[in-house]
Design a protein around this ligand. Structure first.
Ligand SMILES: Nc1ncnc2c1ncn2[C@@H]1O[C@H](COP(=O)(O)OP(=O)(O)OP(=O)(O)O)[C@@H](O)[C@H]1O
Length: 336
């Protein structure tokens, strides 16, 4: 898929060569710096922007082939939330949520019942008759979410939904999105420039630069083995360790040059087990931990250690590495 804006002749396409398949029920994140093309890509999904070439298929249906009425019906099944919430300031919370329900022709009694359900889901029942300017940013986004979910969409598009919020409120909104994904099975496609948003709730991620997707994969893989420079930069935002690949970048004392330098990556339960210690103990090798972190990705703990292995009988270092790998631990030899 490609999008060239009409008023940008001679310039690069806003997005180009996009091939993306998003699975039903997953939370998919698109990350990129300002101008990378994230908003354009997101807005192409529900045809708020029409791609210049290519197709968008949702549930097997080609969006570009729908007539106006069919498109309207399809859009009801695609909710959207925004960075600046886009609420009607002269309408109460309940009226904001009622808006899409009225558009879809629902009767008054049903609308009232649905508003109750939605406000309960987002934790705003007691604020139903307040106006947006009486709410905090987080509460406004909850109204945005309730409104987006009003017509039972299959897909929720999130356009920098937490970028205007403080870190604590961001976490609460991300937790709500995760909860909605679990409870309703709704597919979430979000764009962000914050890697911590990706780490907190996404299953898969695509990294964009200059209108192109430069890297895509499972969040865990992308975090632990970022390939592209932009991805490494984003991963560095949220990691205590950075994805250095050579010992030259590590803060290693110069008098510790001997031995083998390895990076060990643990995921899940392994993170809490003394596997390295147990394996080294069975040999004559010594080890020193030079860097280490433990973090969590969508609730799954993961950790990395940079370790120098020294001494031992010939072949012992190789044995330690082989045994670690047998335990399904990822080992990268950084320097020997
Ligand atoms: N309506 C428009 N008309 C012309 N050019 C546009 C339009 N919208 C976006 N662009 C251009 O397309 C490119 C991609 O912009 P886009 O807003 O999709 O990126 P983004 O990654 O979402 O950035 P940001 O995070 O700053 O919103 C930019 O060069 C931008 O100037």
């Amino acid at each position: 898929m490609q999008k060239v804006y009409a008023d940008m002749p001679g310039r690069l396409p806003a997005i180009d060569r996009i091939h993306l398949h998003i699975k039903r029920g997953e939370i998919f994140g698109i990350i990129g710096h300002s101008g990378a093309g994230k908003s354009t890509l997101l807005r192409c999904v529900n045809l708020l922007e029409r791609p210049t070439s290519g197709t968008i298929r949702i549930d097997g249906e080609e969006m570009m082939r729908l007539d106006a009425k069919q498109l309207q019906a399809k859009r009801r099944k695609i909710g959207m939330i925004f960075q600046h919430f886009n609420l009607l300031s002269s309408a109460t919370v309940a009226e904001n949520v009622a808006f899409p329900l009225k558009l879809s022709g629902m009767g008054q009694a049903k609308i009232q019942a649905r508003i109750q359900e939605l406000l309960e889901l987002v934790g705003l029942l007691e604020h139903a008759s307040k106006y947006p300017n009486q709410l905090s940013g987080g509460q406004k986004q909850r109204v945005g979410i309730a409104r987006a979910l009003a017509n039972h969409p299959d897909i929720l598009l999130c356009d920098e939904a937490t970028s205007a919020l403080d870190p604590q409120t961001t976490n609460a909104i991300l937790a709500l999105l995760l909860d909605i994904n679990h409870k309703l099975g709704i597919t979430i496609l979000l764009i962000t420039h914050e890697m911590q948003v990706i780490r907190a709730i996404c299953d898969r991620v695509a990294v964009m630069e200059n209108g192109l997707i430069v890297e895509t994969g499972n969040v865990l893989d992308v975090f632990l083995k970022p390939q592209h420079a932009v991805t490494k930069d984003f991963v560095g935002q949220v990691s205590d360790f950075t994805a250095q690949t050579s010992s030259a970048h590590l803060d290693v004392p110069s008098n510790s040059a001997a031995g083998t330098l390895i990076r060990i990556t643990y995921v899940g339960q392994q993170t809490y087990e003394p596997i390295l210690f147990e394996i080294v103990k069975s040999t004559t090798v010594s080890f020193a931990i030079l860097q280490g972190t433990i973090s969590a990705m969508k609730g799954v703990p993961y950790g990395q250690l940079v370790v120098r292995l020294t001494g031992g009988q010939p072949g012992d270092t190789e044995l330690v590495i082989a045994k670690l790998r047998q335990e399904d631990i990822d080992v990268e030899v950084i320097a020997q």
